[in-house]
Design a protein around this ligand. Sequence first.
Ligand code: 5GP
Length: 174
Amino acid sequence: MSENIRVLLPEEELAARISELGAQISKDYEGESVFLVCILKGAAFFACELAKRITVPVIIDFMATSSYGSGTVSSGVVKIKKDLDLDPTGQNVIIVEDIIDSGNTLNYLGQLFKDRGAKSVRMVTMLDKPDRREVDVHVDYTGFTIPDQFVVGYGLDYDQKYRNLPYIGVVELD
Ligand code: 5GP
């Protein structure tokens, strides 16, 4: 059995939308600075591209969480596997996610940064799959809303593969 990747969002579309998000964030935080929290590993490519398009001062830090076991269904329990190096107290935190699915990860992290004394907490996600939402989360900035399909590329993996694809695609098994 071989795997085929069908392109869902080509590279140019992603780049154009990320530029728009960067411009919107720059406008919304004019005169302030932002503290981007990139959720590893999936959001790494998106967070770096987005950071380059934000024109207010940016601090970037990285955190790793897990909500999934080995499968593709959320367990609902979020664990921090790697915490931040920097202190988010008093910062305008923007949590940067690759994709919001059940909503459990962002729901948990939003509360965590409020508890840690952030000045403000917003969320940006490259992709949103609203069909699979289990908890109601307010996402401030969304790249693309997509149907309920398992996607890879641009940081997203299937069994650690395909993160390096410059586009978002759907895995099809032949
Ligand atoms: P949530 O907590 O919202 O259910 O899950 C968010 C995390 O699940 C994402 O950060 C991502 O790691 C993973 N995830 C959800 N949907 C997909 C998908 O379609 N493809 C991949 N590769 N990961 C996904």
